[in-house]
Ligand binder design. Structure first.
Ligand code: 9YT
Length: 135
């Protein structure tokens, strides 16, 4: 069993900051369970373009409000506590934050740890051996 808190991973390589968000990566590839689990805060007033070409991601909103656009279809969705979206088709999407948005995110395959978005909003596919080096 693993028990781990946000406080314990603050200031470690499990906490990754980008321009529009901060991700606390509670479970990573090095934990060897087949997925990663992140507590993410996206900052109020920001818009983030993303395209997880190499991963499936489920995102569950626990606090805040915003708007999601599926760039493949043009559909828009209100994001609020209790709403989940699942990127099961590598969809390009945009998330706009009306307030700070607190999201719980699950990635498969699991992230290795240091991933941030490239110019396309994509995370690289990092291997287990890379994640071992990072641990
Ligand atoms: C909702 C979303 O994808 N935000 C970007 C950060 C990402 N979820 C992460 O690495 O935690």
């Amino acid at each position: 069993m693993i028990v781990r808190s946000i406080d314990q991973i603050s200031g470690t390589d499990r906490t990754v900051k980008a321009k529009t968000w901060e991700s606390r990566r509670l479970i990573l590839a090095r934990d060897r369970v087949g997925f990663s689990l992140h507590d993410t805060v996206l900052y109020a007033g920001t818009t983030t373009d993303m395209w997880y070409a190499n991963h499936v991601e489920a995102v569950y909103c626990v606090a805040g409000s915003g708007q999601l656009i599926n760039k493949e279809t043009g559909e828009t969705y209100d994001i609020a506590p209790g709403t989940m979206y699942l990127l099961n088709g590598n969809e390009r999407h945009t998330l706009t934050c009306h307030t700070d948005l607190n999201m719980v995110c699950v990635f498969n395959p699991p992230l290795a740890g240091p991933e941030t978005h490239d110019a396309n909003g994509t995370y690289p596919l990092m291997t287990e051996s890379v994640s071992e080096v990072a641990s």
